[in-house]
Design a protein around this ligand. Structure first.
Ligand code: ZN
Length: 165
């Protein structure tokens, strides 16, 4: 296990965009993009708000909805505060609820050791939906969008889907 406690990870490679689609046939536009992540640690929280804002700009959509969801069952997308103390609190809380070790405590861990990551993802959620108003993410004052990685060290992706006009 690498850097179990290195939850706040700054050395993260994020690759944009395997697929981008835009259509503007009718009144409603639709935009799709995949954000790719390869986190070098088992767990990390990454603020992806700027990435989602870039997607929104690319889409040209001014009024509508943004869906952002993890495409893996051991990772989350959620909204909360970008505050290091809180991120530490999440780590401690999640480890209490679903400790990684001993890995033998979980029936899922037959050929894998990531049962805790499935449980953590379930608690932190799969996706968020954010309103788009006047071309901007209509977030509350402290709301930020996060990618929560609970079983990293491999390539994983997040879907951004935007619909509106
Ligand atoms: Zn698994």
């Amino acid at each position: 296990m690498i850097a179990e406690n290195n939850y706040r990870c700054s050395i993260v490679r994020i690759e944009d965009c395997l697929t981008t689609e835009k259509s503007s046939g009718g009144a409603m536009k639709s935009y799709r993009k995949e954000l790719w992540f390869e986190v070098p640690t088992r767990r990390a929280l990454i603020n992806i708000t700027p990435k989602v804002e870039t997607c929104l700009k690319e889409s040209g959509i001014k009024e509508g909805l943004v869906l952002v969801n993890a495409m893996h069952i051991t990772a989350s997308v959620f909204i909360n505060d970008d505050e290091p103390g809180l991120h530490h609190d999440f780590e401690v809380w999640l480890e209490k609820l679903a400790p990684h070790e001993p890995v033998s405590q979980y029936r899922h861990n037959v050929a894998e050791d990531n049962a805790d990551a499935h449980l953590k993802r379930q608690i932190m959620g799969r996706e968020v939906v954010v309103a788009v108003t006047e071309g901007k993410l209509d977030l509350g004052p402290w709301e930020q969008i996060f990618y929560g990685e609970f079983d990293g060290r491999r390539r994983k992706r997040v879907l951004v889907k935007i619909i509106g006009e």
